[in-house]
Ligand binder design. Structure first.
Ligand SMILES: Nc1nc2c(c(=O)[nH]1)N[C@H]1C(S)=C(S)[C@@H](COP(=O)(O)OP(=O)(O)OC[C@H]3O[C@@H](n4cnc5c(=O)[nH]c(N)nc54)[C@H](O)[C@@H]3O)O[C@H]1N2
Ligand SMILES: Nc1nc2c(c(=O)[nH]1)N[C@H]1C(S)=C(S)[C@@H](COP(=O)(O)OP(=O)(O)OC[C@H]3O[C@@H](n4cnc5c(=O)[nH]c(N)nc54)[C@H](O)[C@@H]3O)O[C@H]1N2
Ligand code: SF4
Ligand SMILES: [Mo]
Length: 765
């Protein structure tokens, strides 16, 4: 009998608890972990393919240094860290001498399954006196954070959904059937479908798998969400559907909102969205009849036109109707440690964009580095992210990586970003170290899951904490911790407190080297969770006591929480609230419904100005979630059971319009670029809508000593300047494009690559 080991799936941010069997470094079997109190045994079609993440030939096993000719050579950890430290020190000194802001640009800090390394990156930014932080979140969610800051008072006042208990699920711009995005998504959608008392509305241009089972599907024209949601809100208020008691008790500013909504030309806006008025009325009927509605949104509106405004309107839908803070509605959730921070209006000197949640738009990374400005970014530090594929405008991003005076990538695989970097540092994989995420978005009970390692680190790799500890030692900024070596672990934190207070910038590294060294089973990098436990207990001890079913208080409660986290391989509940305590999580005293910047944006919307460009008449979903894509996490071609080439999805009529047929190579053309892809029919798309998959564009070993491109590099055609005015997020879900038949040279090159990929898949690589 082979043992089952507990861990979590890291292929999307839901992080389902799973159990796996292993052989060598391979994961041979995967099943849902029924003991995980949150995911309760659920998993989706991707989890079975998890072994392709850590067990393949493109894993990094040694630090690499870039040669003059652009190729990489292996160097020792001492050499790599010594040279990096020397360069960092000299840039830091120059920054200080020139009295300019720190010129380190930091990208990433954690992917879908790994946040254990992120804290050390913060230490590095602190030491380099730099705030410049970019990441995946700052090209999808920062508009949402900005709105939360205005309405609830905190950019970390992030919302949860009550999908399991709602009687109406309103899905806007996301496809939980394929992308999940919330706990047990497919089961939850099926439960609603099979219960005649529960309803679902889907707002999505495409007739998605989720829309297929909805009671009402509003297939709006891409990019018109603000019009449709505005019209729906106007109808709700016209019909007196606002929850007066809720509004009076918990909110302010409704009258200003209502005044703006009353100006909306409802029929004109609905016509602009190209949906049937009768369907909109039916959706509004369902919303007004619902006892408990929950609204679930994602990239369709967050990476769509009017992104930040959409995030506001979506929240108004549940707040105006009083669907908040009750079972089955939206709510705020707790954090073991917030994944982002609070910004107070600081702006980039280079682009003028505001920091939101501590981040600058990823879309502006290349500008920050390439700008002709004395305060441009000079060092690029990338950890657990692959911006050469995932940031808008690939060519500009590649130029920026090369232009940086120092570029360092910490990753497990030889990514497209790593291939361009001055130094590449190999990390132990998520299955080779203690790992966790802060993607804990549940209310009233919230959960945390610390996963023990399945394997020893691959020889040559180090966990992030160790990489940073050695780097700071190399930088000569680590204080002497020798006197702490023989202190009894029970008194260690007290003994270390002065050191931590004197060196707040590098606290994570100090915790790792001190407290970490006393933790069992090599769990040293878990030490960073200790201050999180202390802070949480100070803020909400009752909720922690309830979750742990204990009367302990203060530091003893924090110690108990920390200990339970270490001893709960299936995860645990860490806070448990009563519903009406949701208001304690909010920073404002009441919800500020009126956000002047967004109300004036709403009032300025003009259907006459928002028409498709005749030169680029189609709307591209540039980065669709499909059955077998998973960001940039799974790289070997063989992992994909479906969509192995990463095809363009297009309707029969839109494809015929350029004289092409299914299986042909076609060019997708934007203002900034052109890529060639295989066409595949999907008539569930809306007329004039096409889709390219997320999670491709990898350069993989071709089996003959070279490399070959696998699937479209979709951000080659993304205009980084087509972005939200507040958050700077790209409009990936509504990119203006046109299709053209590919030319013979393009077809020949595409066929050549495709043949190599087919060979690789046939050989299981
Ligand atoms: N299979 C799979 N699952 C994943 C991932 C993955 O790579 N693969 N990645 C994970 C990550 S990081 C994220 S952020 C989530 C994203 O999850 P989702 O946001 O659910 O996924 P997308 O496919 O990007 O787009 C969502 C939907 O937006 C619709 N859409 C396009 N344009 C518009 C529009 O103008 N208005 C509206 N209302 N809808 C529009 C599309 O038709 C699509 O159905 O998925 C996560 N889950
Ligand atoms: N056009 C277009 N672009 C998009 C999107 C889109 O829809 N369209 N979606 C966007 C979205 S929502 C997201 S979330 C981003 C995702 O894009 P990225 O931020 O680039 O993140 P991932 O694709 O998750 O890549 C994570 C990286 O972490 C590495 N990694 C895995 N485990 C570890 C580890 O333990 N340690 C270290 N150091 N590294 C590790 C992986 O090898 C991989 O290179 O893409 C965005 N880009
Ligand atoms: S929903 Fe996400 S975390 Fe869960 S099994 Fe699927 S990919 Fe993995
Ligand atoms: Mo994402």
């Amino acid at each position: 009998m082979t043992d089952w080991h507990k861990t979590a799936c890291s292929l999307c941010y839901v992080n389902c608890g799973i159990e796996v069997q292993t052989e060598g470094r391979a994961i041979t079997r995967v099943r849902g972990d029924r003991e995980n109190p949150r995911s309760r045994g659920y998993l989706c079609q991707k989890a079975q393919r998890l072994t392709w993440y850590g067990d393949h030939g493109d894993r990094l096993t040694t630090p690499l240094r870039r040669r003059e000719d652009g190729t990489h050579e292996a160097v020792s950890w001492e050499t790599a860290l010594g040279e990096i430290a020397a360069k960092l020190r000299s840039v830091r000194d120059e920054d200080l001498a020139a009295n300019r802001p720190g010129s380190l640009a930091y990208v990433g800090g954690g992917g879908q399954g790994n946040h254990s390394g992120g804290g050390y990156g913060l230490a590095l930014r602190n030491w380099m006196n730099s705030k410049r932080f970019f990441g995946a979140l700052s090209q999808e969610k920062t508009g949402d954070f900005w709105v939360n800051g205005k309405m609830f008072g905190g950019q970390t006042n992030h919302t949860a959904e009550g999908v399991d208990e709602c009687d109406l699920l309103l899905v806007i711009g996301c496809n939980p059937w394929l992308a999940n995005g919330f706990n047990r998504a497919r089961s939850a959608v099926n439960d609603i479908k099979n219960d005649p008392a529960r309803r679902m509305i889907v707002v999505d241009p495409r007739r998605t798998e989720t829309a297929e089972v909805a009671d009402v599907h509003l297939p709006l024209r891409p990019g018109t969400d603000a019009y449709l949601l505005g019209a729906m809100l106007a109808l709700i208020v016209q019909r007196g559907g606002q929850d007066e008691a809720f509004l009076a008790q918990h909110t302010g500013g409704f009258d200003e909102v209502a005044a703006s909504l009353r100006k909306i030309p409802v029929d004109e806006w609905i016509a602009h969205a190209e949906v049937d008025r009768a369907d909109v009325d039916q959706a509004v009927d369902l919303i007004l009849a619902a006892e408990a509605m929950t609204v679930r949104v994602e990239l369709g509106i967050q990476q769509g036109r009017n992104s930040t405004l959409n995030s506001y309107l979506e929240k108004l839908l549940y707040l105006v109707t009083g669907n908040f803070g009750r079972p089955g509605t939206n709510a705020l959730h707790t954090w073991l440690m917030p994944l982002w921070s609070e910004s107070r209006g600081d702006r980039s000197e280079i682009t003028g964009f505001e920091y939101i949640g501590g981040m600058l738009p990823l879309n502006t990374l290349a500008e920050e580095i390439l700008a002709d400005h004395p305060h441009r970014a000079r060092v690029l530090w990338v950890e657990s992210s692959n911006p050469a594929n995932t940031a808008a405008d690939t060519l500009a991003t590649e130029r920026a990586i090369r232009a940086a005076e120092l570029s360092v990538v910490i990753d497990v695989a030889y990514t497209e970003t790593a291939a361009l970097a001055d130094y590449v540092l190999p990390a132990a994989s998520q299955h080779e170290k203690w790992e966790f995420t802060f993607f804990d978005f549940e209310f009233p009970t919230n959960y945390f899951h610390l996963r023990p390692p399945l394997f020893e680190p691959l020889p040559g790799t180090l966990v992030e904490a160790e990489i940073y500890a050695r780097l700071f030692e190399e930088l000569g900024v680590m204080p002497d911790i020798e006197p702490l070596r023989n202190v009894d672990p029970a008194h260690l934190l007290k003994a270390a407190a002065p050191l931590l207070q004197e060196n707040p910038a590098i606290a994570p590294v100090l915790l790792y080297r001190t407290l970490g060294a006393t933790l069992p089973n090599g769990a040293a990098s878990v030490a960073v969770l200790w201050p999180a436990c202390l802070t949480l207990v100070k803020r909400m001890s009752v909720a922690v006591q309830r979750a742990l079913e204990t009367d302990l208080e203060g530091p003893a409660l924090a110690a108990e929480l920390f200990d339970r986290i270490l001893r709960s391989p299936s995860g645990l509940a860490f806070t448990k609230h009563e519903y009406d305590e949701v208001w304690q999580l909010m920073r404002h005293d009441r919800v500020h419904l009126a956000v002047p910047e967004l109300l004036s944006w709403l009032e300025k919307l003009d259907p006459a100005r928002d028409r498709p460009d005749p030169e680029y008449p189609l709307s591209l979903i540039n980065g669709q979630r499909r059955r077998h894509n998973a960001n940039q996490i799974l790289r070997p071609p063989s992992w994909r059971r479906t969509d192995q080439e990463g095809a363009l999805h297009v309707r029969t009529d839109d494809l015929a319009a350029i004289g092409a047929a299914e299986g042909d190579w076609v060019a997708v053309v934007t203002r900034v670029g052109r890529i060639v892809v295989r066409a595949e029919i999907d008539d569930s798309l809306r007329k004039a809508q096409v889709a390219l998959p997320h999670g491709f564009g990898m350069s993989v070993p071709d089996g003959h000593g070279g490399r070959v491109w696998h699937g479209p590099r979709i951000n080659l055609i993304t205009d980084a300047h087509d972005r939200d005015p507040i958050a700077g997020t790209p409009h990936h879900k509504d990119m203006p494009v046109r299709l053209e038949p590919a030319i013979p040279d393009e077809i020949e090159a595409a066929e050549r690559d495709a043949a190599v990929i087919r060979e690789l898949i046939a050989s299981g690589a």
